[in-house]
Unconditional design. Structure first.
Length: 148
């Protein structure tokens, strides 16, 4: 789970830190905010959740689920909220209760779109099927964040 720090407003007028996702199917993470900086990592996974930790003009310093930080151009990023299942294989339930029937089972590393989060539960849509999972099993949503 990404951990929220103190929030401030960045150059874009958006809060920092904030959670976003990778829009591109291939994206370069660089050591600095510009194409002249060396490539640190090449990401080949669209919808990967990322946390914006800094801004400079059209560049965002982001952190991934492994704690790796670097700069990406805004054209590679999306405000669409996604989350990654972490740890091990997890159950997603029909309702926000472990007493509810299991809707699907997701392996660690699976990414889904966040539909809502309330309390300890988040509704995640994976490949067109939606289910409820405890937020502690997700990276890409803050601990006390409510999403509708």
């Amino acid at each position: 789970m990404a951990l929220a720090q103190e929030t401030r407003i960045g150059e874009s007028g958006q809060p920092i830190p904030r959670l976003i996702s990778l829009a591109a199917s291939k994206a370069y993470m660089r050591t600095g905010p510009g194409r002249q900086y060396p490539i640190l990592w090449i990401y080949k996974r669209s919808h990967l959740p990322l946390e914006v930790v800094e801004e400079h003009k059209a560049w965002r310093k982001v952190r991934d689920h492994e704690g790796i930080t670097g700069w990406m151009h805004v054209s590679l990023l999306s405000s669409r909220r996604t989350a990654m299942v972490i740890g091990t294989t997890r159950k997603l339930y029909h309702e926000n209760s472990p007493a509810s029937p299991v809707r699907l089972i997701a392996d660690a590393g699976v990414i889904g779109e966040i539909k809502s989060c309330e309390g300890i539960w988040c509704q995640l849509e994976i490949d067109g099927t939606s289910g409820w999972i405890e937020r502690r099993y997700l990276w890409g949503v803050y601990e006390r964040e409510t999403l509708e």
